[in-house]
Design a protein around this ligand. Structure first.
Ligand code: MLT
Length: 268
């Protein structure tokens, strides 16, 4: 489905009924990565998976983007759907950077946070340089060379021999427009340090991370969890066995069980 929000068309899928949960994908992925969650968690909540601008079937705009712009898109998306009460928001990796920006800007709209495979800190100078190199590659050759390098790294070593999973990840990544990928890279490069935001989180929060994540090390999840505990003593940390950067796709049953338990454990 397409909906007009913040002056662009955003694509989304929806399943289930009840309190809304907004799923925000990582880079350079799309809402399609949340298929196992939309299939498995519809009995618990109303699930909304949106394509960020320039991804999947959403409209692209010229780069650069910022995490604040992508958060504004989500805010306008909820307005366009007529959702006025606070939602649960689950962001994976770059989606987590956007989710933390969304929390900072639109705190009152958030009932609970789920932070998957992400970190609060900003890019190091070396990481910024790599973002610029990737932007140059995409500008010249499109997203394919990035996909070739990245798809395998996203999975835990134990899952890299699953051809169907690897192919699905590659297919999703290849649907990202060059404008979208370059826009994201600038947004990630320039994102502010979200560590101060952690100590302002007062809602229930779940941190989920693959034990074998080689893109964002599990140490980052532990650091976020510690930062959250100052104001959210009930914050939860869950590490998923045999999962890399995409625990929701690599271990969908385990990931869904963690989310189901979190979604059911707090009253509304
Ligand atoms: C992602 O999975 O969204 C990105 O790899 C995150 C990043 O590059 O920092």
């Amino acid at each position: 489905m397409l909906i007009h929000a913040n002056h662009i068309d955003l694509a989304y899928d929806e399943a289930g009924a009840g309190p809304p949960v907004l799923f925000v994908h990582g880079y350079p992925l799309s809402r399609r990565m949340w298929r196992p969650q939309l299939d498995g968690l519809g009995g618990v909540c109303r699930l909304l998976a949106v394509d960020l601008r320039g991804h999947g079937d959403s409209q692209a705009t010229p780069p650069p983007y910022t995490v604040d712009l992508l958060a504004d898109d989500l805010n306008a998306f909820l307005d366009a759907l007529g959702i006025n009460h606070p939602v649960i928001i689950n962001g994976l990796s770059m989606g987590g950077y956007v989710t933390l920006a969304f929390y900072r800007k639109y705190t009152a709209r958030v009932a609970r946070l789920i932070l998957t495979s992400t970190r609060a800190g900003p890019d190091s100078p070396e990481a910024r340089t790599k973002r610029n190199q990737s932007i140059n590659v995409i500008e010249t050759d499109g997203v394919a060379p990035i996909v070739d390098n990245m798809a395998v790294q996203l999975l835990a070593p134990v899952n890299r021999t699953q051809p169907a999973l690897l192919q699905e990840v590659r297919t999703i990544m290849l649907q990202t427009s060059p404008q979208g990928a370059m826009g994201d890279l600038a947004a990630m490069r320039d994102r502010p340090d979200a560590t101060p935001t952690l100590s302002e989180v007062h809602c229930p929060v779940l941190v989920v991370h693959g034990k074998d994540d080689q893109v964002v090390p599990p140490e980052e999840a532990r650091k976020m969890f510690q930062g959250l505990q100052t104001t959210s003593p009930e914050a939860e940390l869950q590490l998923v066995e045999n999962a890399g950067h995409l625990p929701n796709l690599e271990q969908p049953d385990a990931y869904n069980a963690i989310l189901r338990s979190f979604l059911r454990s707090h009253s509304w």
